[in-house]
Design a protein around this ligand. Structure first.
Ligand code: FNR
Ligand code: 8K6
Length: 347
């Protein structure tokens, strides 16, 4: 029984989703060399317009936010035009689409852009190499000055405004998975001693400034946020992080965002310092719309919604394997299993 997934859901008075299945953001590294979305990407997203909401693959707000090959941007006129082709195609098929916008912070690599600096909250590097590019070791980042932080906030807001120009229904700020926004929220990556570090209020300052700048520019009803209170990717866990997220969620509870989205690969993972799973922790500390994700099938996701663990279900890997995921589930058909080789092609 997955009936509850097919009920419409109003995010607010301006955005109504036709069902409760979201396509999770999925990096595919298929933009052209100017980081412009291609026609093949437009076709790929248009085939998935059955989702209540598509969230795009993470998209750079500016040049130095890139950490993977051919991830798209949303900061040049060509990129905006390219995304307009995507949003038109999705809308034509009756879908809705948010852009996920990110800056990768210390997970950026100058291999991908002009310049040699990597900006992050603090000079703490992430161990290892860029995925599938073993020769590229991550660099020790340069701590951002306060002027650079202000500029970054402005650049996030500009990218959100560009997203609206490109025809998106809204934006999801990528505040998860160890990228720039998340780097401010964890003690292991934020060792600043100024008003952006050391205390929960300070560590939440930049993320909240980004949320507020974007909300001011495009409306909070079109602004969403993904968060990873549990460190699991590009990040070391620290039990003190909980106090930062307690504070942040409290602050977010007062804002009328479109939704919050759990950032996790497997929501069965339990974090000692959060007292359980990430979805459970956020649900307990945030009263508004929550999107669950991570290892769910339509059946287990539907069950979790019935149990009020979250309101909407995002589906990632199965959506790579099944462009018509929603239609298949609704018809009671079995879905094709995801495998990693599927990443080489946009089906
Ligand atoms: C991801 N995920 C991800 N998350 C995100 O916030 N932005 C992104 O660009 C990506 N890119 C990405 C690429 C690939 C190939 C995978 C497999 C995952 C994480 C994704 O949104 C989701 O949280 C996980 O895939 C867990 O959900 P599923 O796949 O179990 O339904
Ligand atoms: C978000 C951008 C990612 C770039 C593309 C590749 C993603 C492939 C999947 C990698 C999986 C990593 C998952 C880490 C989970 C650890 C759980 C303990």
């Amino acid at each position: 029984m997955t009936d509850n997934l097919f009920q419409p859901f109003a995010l607010n008075s301006t955005i109504e989703l036709k069902n409760r299945i979201l396509m999770a953001p999925l990096t595919r590294c298929m933009a052209d060399d100017n980081l412009v979305p291609t026609q093949a990407m437009a076709d790929y997203y248009a085939r998935r317009a059955g989702a209540g909401l598509i969230i795009t693959e993470a998209t750079q707000i500016r040049e130095d936010g890139q950490g993977y090959p051919n991830t798209p941007g949303l900061f040049t006129p060509e990129q905006i035009d390219g995304w307009r082709v995507v949003t038109d195609a999705v809308h034509k098929n009756g879908g809705k689409i948010f852009a996920q916008i990110w800056h990768t912070g210390r997970v950026s690599h100058p291999y991908f852009y002009k310049g040699d600096e990597v900006l992050a909250p603090s000079a703490v590097k992430v161990e290892g190499t860029v995925p599938r590019m073993r020769e590229l070791e991550y660099q020790t980042p340069t701590p951002m000055t306060q002027a650079q932080i202000q500029q970054m906030v402005d650049d996030f807001a500009q990218a959100a405004s560009n997203a609206i120009d490109a025809g998106f229904d809204g934006v999801e700020i990528h505040g998860a998975n160890g990228y720039l926004v998340d780097q401010f929220l964890h003690y292991s990556s934020n060792t600043r001693e100024d008003e952006f570090g050391q205390t929960p209020e300070n560590m939440a300052r930049f993320p909240l400034q980004v949320v507020d700048a974007i909300s001011d520019r495009i409306g909070s009803d079109r602004t969403a946020l993904r968060l990873s209170p549990g460190a699991y990717f590009n990040m070391e866990a620290d039990s003190r992080d909980k106090a930062v997220f307690d504070y942040l969620l409290d602050q977010l509870s007062e804002r009328q965002l479109a939704y919050l989205h759990v950032g996790i690969f497997d929501d069965a993972m339990e974090f000692d310092y959060l007292g359980g799973t990430v979805s459970r922790y956020i649900r307990q500390n945030y009263p508004h719309t929550l999107v669950g994700v991570g290892g769910f099938s339509a059946e287990t996701g539907s069950h979790a919604i019935a149990e009020d663990k979250f309101d909407l279900l995002a589906i990632g890997r199965p959506f790579i394997a099944n462009p018509n995921y929603v239609e298949r589930v609704q018809a009671g058909e079995t879905v094709v299993e995801y495998s990693e080789e599927m990443l080489t092609q946009l089906v």
